[in-house]
Design a protein around this ligand. Structure first.
Ligand code: DSN
Length: 414
């Protein structure tokens, strides 16, 4: 983007954006929830659609002048349905947590019992953590991963469900690297009369690209953000069975939100069109291959990975054996231009601000064009930065190498 007006009008913000462009270009993005959108996806969110109020849904709005906004939203909905084989899609949720709030409003009453994966085992705040609205409003019972295997133990989930008789079971996670047994979850939910809710924010792009199993035809309701592996703008959507369409739409508006962000919905539509192309399936396949290769290289260097590897785009590395916690590792990697996010490990003895692990993901570097053959270099830099965390000159040397390497892979939209 050339920002020709912004440059003259607001130098402070222009400079901050340009500096961020430089940071993104020179650094290596390994935060599992981040990605780079295409120039077309960027353009679709920076336009006059932001001027429009359009509460309601296409053909049933509360303001005039909706002719073109309706075109945009209808296209986004149809593409979303096609991409995930969904009976109904609502593309208005502003982001992941509001989408999940709308799902809960739609299916539950305050105080209802819900099963969700514990945060330090890979779940999300909005899956029942006590500091989050979900944990405050609903009676969440948390399941865990098996401490030996790092995987969800479905027999244990069945046992908890039988005992607790929840109204809803939530599956789909933020820091879990293995395939999820959607059918098994559905069977367990059916056996106790619970609704099934999948949050596929992390893996939506891998599901759309045919690399992971799709819960949309199986579960009652599915939410996802659009900006992670799906490579769209920052936002979310909800998909559900036709029988729940009305209640989901009502929960999003007027239940949860006011005016939808139609410029972002336009951008979601563009991203969905991209994800429907065969090239996107190829991208999703490369994301998983890169993650497997990177996990293998890190394990060869002696790093411990929760569950011993990955089936998707991410891995959680337990840093305890390296004598650092997740925050120290994150800070050391920041110094060499590698971004990761600190992460809890299952049964983490440390608090969330200083957890024991880091979460690493390959969606962004794969978008840039890095491949399996590059993962050894990436693993070596991660390992060297942590080893040399107190050696300024060694860190500077690694930073220069990372920068030189990254500049060979342009970022779309910059
Ligand atoms: N913040 C997102 C992540 O990093 O996984 C989840 O909301």
């Amino acid at each position: 983007m050339n920002y020709k007006f912004l440059q003259n009008q607001d130098k402070e913000i222009f400079d901050a954006i340009k500096n961020e462009e430089k940071r993104q270009a020179e650094g290596m993005e390994l935060i599992a929830s981040e990605n780079y959108v295409s120039a077309a996806v960027l353009e679709a969110m920076a336009n006059v659609l932001t001027n429009k109020y359009s509460e309601g849904y296409p053909g049933r709005r509360y303001y005039g002048g909706q002719d073109f906004v309706d075109v945009v939203e209808n296209i986004a909905v149809e593409r979303a349905k096609k991409l995930f084989n969904a009976e109904h899609a609502n593309v208005q949720p502003l982001s992941g947590s509001p989408a999940n709030a709308a799902v809960y409003i739609s299916f539950l009453r305050p105080g209802d019992k819900v099963l969700g994966l514990k945060l330090d085992h890979g779940g999300h705040l909005s899956h029942g953590h006590p500091v989050n609205f979900s944990g405050m409003l609903y009676d969440f019972v948390q399941y865990e991963v098996n401490s030996e295997t790092g995987r969800i133990d479905m027999d244990k989930v069945a046992e908890i469900a039988k005992k607790e008789k929840p109204k809803m079971i939530v599956a789909g996670y933020s820091a879990y690297s293995r395939e999820i047994e959607w059918k098994k979850f559905k069977e367990i939910a059916d056996s106790v009369g619970a609704f099934t809710f999948a949050d596929i924010a992390h893996t939506a792009g891998l599901i759309a690209g045919g690399q992971m199993d799709n819960p949309v035809p199986i579960f009652d309701v599915v939410s996802t953000t659009t900006h992670k592996t799906l490579r769209g703008p920052r936002g979310a959507m909800i998909m559900c069975k036709a029988e729940f369409a009305k209640q989901i739409d009502r929960a999003v508006f007027p239940g949860m939100q006011g005016g939808p962000h139609e410029h972002i919905i336009a951008s979601k539509a563009v991203a969905f069109k991209e994800a429907l192309k065969p090239e996107f399936a190829d991208y999703a396949e490369r994301v998983v291959k890169n993650a497997k290769a990177l996990a293998g290289e890190l394990m060869d260097l002696g790093h411990k990975i929760v569950s011993g590897g990955t089936d998707n785009h991410l891995m959680v590395v337990d840093m305890a054996s390296r004598g650092v916690d997740g925050r120290e590792a994150e800070e050391a990697l920041d110094k060499v231009g590698i971004s990761v996010s600190r992460s809890t490990i299952p049964n983490d003895p440390n608090p969330p601000m200083r957890p024991s692990g880091v979460r690493i993901g390959t969606p962004a570097i794969t978008t840039r064009g890095m491949g399996e053959g590059d993962m050894k270099k990436v693993a070596d830099w991660i390992d060297a930065a942590i080893k040399n965390r107190d050696n300024e000159s060694e860190l500077n040397k690694i930073k220069e190498e990372v920068k030189e390497f990254c500049l060979m892979f342009p970022i779309p939209g910059i």
